[in-house]
Design a protein. Structure first.
Ligand SMILES: Nc1ncnc2c1ncn2[C@@H]1O[C@H](COP(=O)(O)OP(=O)(O)OP(=O)(O)O)[C@@H](O)[C@H]1O
Ligand SMILES: [Mg+2]
Length: 246
């Protein structure tokens, strides 16, 4: 792989990222000097105790908040150099968030939940609806586009959220405990789906407490008190065996 290809494959780069909340003696260092690179086709699991900084890491990586120091680079764009509007536009174009719950807008149908960010980004109604249809088909819900979130199971809602996260060529999925509210079998289905989107060329950061879900990742990053204390590259084949999906 040439140098250009290597550079192009980098979806997310965090360089010396620190996030402090508050000031003085009540200040909390939620993140300290985080360096992290994420390539296309790569899934990183982030693990760590409650309060270790996992959600803060996702919020900073997704441009929802500016770090106190350090650089966040998404597909070559330095977020610190973008205006708030520019950051919002980049977020809509490149990023998809999947949270533990409260993912979907209850008054919009599944399809409308997916088209909303596209239309905000100026994509015409017809093109947006076609993209939503494809995205729903990609998660096996082609016939549920007109359903409201309340009429879908938890697993189906998370699949819609994943469809929204990847629609329109978004290449970075940021998922914060996306399986937390789901039963074991449905949780595995959601993991499988994120994995398949990554194998199709996206990149993903997955925050999870569950080792068996982290086993779907290529790499596991362990946080403690806002620092990366350990990083392990998983042997995919071995994991597949361990997770019983070989
Ligand atoms: N908006 C905020 N203002 C002040 N402190 C905050 C804020 N958000 C997070 N923190 C603090 O920053 C630290 C990291 O929080 P964060 O939510 O990132 O942890 P987490 O690893 O996601 O925890 P959990 O597993 O419970 O979700 C914690 O000490 C938390 O109390
Ligand atoms: Mg959290």
């Amino acid at each position: 792989m040439g140098e250009n290809e290597t550079r192009d494959a980098t979806v997310l780069r965090l360089v010396g990222v620190s996030q402090q909340y508050g000031s003085g003696h009540t200040a909390v260092s939620a993140l300290s000097g985080i360096d992290l690179d994420l390539q296309r086709g790569e899934m990183v699991a982030v693990m760590g105790a409650s309060g270790s900084g996992k959600s803060t890491l996702l919020a900073v990586a997704g441009g929802l908040q500016r770090p106190t120091s350090g650089e966040v680079i998404v597909e070559g764009e330095h977020l610190s150099e973008l205006s708030p509007a520019g950051t919002a536009a980049l977020r809509r174009r490149s990023l998809g968030f999947v949270f533990q719950d409260y993912n979907l807008i209850p008054t919009l149908t599944a399809a409308e939940n997916i088209t909303l960010p596209l239309e905000l980004d100026g994509i015409g109604g017809r093109a947006a609806r076609r993209a939503a249809k494809d995205a729903l088909a990609g998660v096996g819900l082609e016939d549920r586009g007109n359903a409201y979130p309340d009429d879908l199971s938890g697993g189906q809602q998370q699949r819609v959220a994943i469809a929204r996260a990847v629609v329109g060529g978004r290449r970075l999925i940021l998922a914060d405990e996306p399986t937390g509210a789901l039963d074991t079998v449905t949780g595995e289905q959601v993991m499988k789906l994120i994995r398949s989107r990554v194998d199709a060329g996206a990149a993903a950061i997955l925050v999870t407490h569950e080792p068996r879900h982290a086993a779907w990742a290529d790499r596991i990053v362990f946080l403690r008190d806002g620092r990366i204390i350990d990083e392990s590259r998983r042997e995919r084949a071995e994991d597949a065996l361990l997770a019983g999906r070989a």
